[in-house]
Design a protein around this ligand. Structure first.
Ligand SMILES: NC(=O)c1ccc[n+]([C@@H]2O[C@H](COP(=O)([O-])OP(=O)(O)OC[C@H]3O[C@@H](n4cnc5c(N)ncnc54)[C@H](OP(=O)(O)O)[C@@H]3O)[C@@H](O)[C@H]2O)c1
Length: 333
């Protein structure tokens, strides 16, 4: 069977471009016992994939040049030689960016797409949702009346992290890249305040006005100058969950962040970096709680859906210019 797949054509220097990807034809082998034939339905593009395009040792293995890009995908089973799945079942797994693929059944998890959009298993009920859950519940631990600031607030992780902090009784301030995103954060997702860093003359001063008592919790998805502005406003004994640093992912030399260290020292701040895959023991609780909050209407979610397999690289690149509100996914027909 002939299929199309995206491979890594070259490693980017700085901001990645379409030319770092190549669409090519290949042929699938026959199905063996215990395997299934899959057709992708919703494909996730995630900021961490930028790191995998480099050839550096990290928590996630590098993509190999001339080999398929892989990521989280919700797919339909077309044919099954496994007792665990039947054709028509919808599953989630780590699959190649290919029009069809063959996988071992034990690497896949069946999902129910009757009540929620299939893409939610790549967002609020998938890795980004789990990230928001453990970052907020295990590291930040906001309590009633505290002030929580979230950067990258209008993205896949940030939208969930902010709402979880609200459920815990905190006052939540989001930072995002456009007035439209800030409006959505307040009107759709219940954030108390939202600041557009692209329109701000001084984020540090605007935060100081919004948080005269200081910031108790900072959930950082972005790093760089935005983090500098938040850290300058931290209260004593604040907690920081260092979740992402997307402002630095395309820099060959990351900015030195030592200017924030004296603030952390003098205000007795706890800063903890974390990688969600190290919290796999927490996933069943996270999935159950996120599903419950979603069903109760306490959590809301949204996705930016790019149509068409061929548009995968463009959707991925859009993450670095803020094209998404909520989770960026590609829908394949
Ligand atoms: N620690 C973990 O285990 C873990 C797990 C998942 C994700 N993450 C990290 O968490 C962060 C958010 O991930 P996500 O999946 O939720 O992505 P996302 O927020 O849905 O998408 C990326 C967003 O980042 C913002 N952005 C891009 N370039 C920026 C820049 N230079 N400065 C400021 N903001 C910028 C854009 O929004 P604006 O329009 O607001 O700029 C864009 O929409 C990423 O850093 C990711 O690597 C970490």
């Amino acid at each position: 069977m002939e299929i199309s797949q995206f491979v890594l054509a070259s490693r980017p220097l700085g901001i990645p471009s379409i030319s770092n990807f190549r669409l090519e034809k290949t042929v699938l082998n026959d199905l063996n016992d215990g395997e299934v034939l899959l057709k992708p339905w919703y494909i996730s593009v995630d900021p961490y994939m930028r790191g995998r395009m480099n050839s550096v040792k990290s928590y996630a293995a590098s993509f190999e040049v001339d080999k398929p890009i892989k990521g989280a995908i919700v797919a339909r089973i077309i044919e099954s030689k496994s007792n665990s799945f039947s054709s028509g079942d919808i599953v989630v797994g780590t699959l190649p960016w290919a029009t069809y693929s063959i996988e071992k059944a034990e690497t896949l998890r069946k999902v129910d797409t009757e009540k929620v959009s299939p893409g939610f298993y790549l967002g609020i009920l998938g890795m980004p949702g789990f990230t928001a859950y453990v970052g907020m519940m295990d590291i930040c631990k906001p309590v009633k009346g505290e002030t929580v600031v979230i950067s990258g607030a209008a993205g896949a992780v940030g939208i969930v992290a902010g709402q979880i902090a609200k459920i815990q009784g905190a006052r939540v301030i989001g930072i995002a890249g456009s007035d439209e995103k800030c409006r959505s954060l307040k009107e759709q997702f219940g954030f108390n305040e939202a600041l557009n860093y692209n329109a701000s003359k001084s984020l540090r001063k605007e935060l100081a006005i919004l948080c005269p008592e200081g910031v108790n919790v900072y959930f950082d998805n972005v790093g760089g100058e935005i983090t500098g502005a938040v850290v300058a406003n931290l209260d004593f004994h604040a907690r920081i969950a260092l979740c992402g640093q997307i402002s630095q992912y395309n820099n060959s030399k990351p900015a030195l962040e030592y200017t924030i260290l004296p603030h952390l020292l003098t205000r007795s701040v706890m800063l903890q970096g974390f990688i969600v895959s190290n919290y796999s023991h927490r996933f069943s609780e996270a999935l159950a709680q996120l599903t419950k909050w979603l069903n109760e209407g306490k959590l809301k979610y949204t996705e930016t859906i790019v149509e068409g397999f061929d548009n995968l690289p463009e959707a991925f690149l859009g993450l670095f210019s803020g094209k998404n509100l909520g989770k960026m996914v590609v829908k394949v027909n």
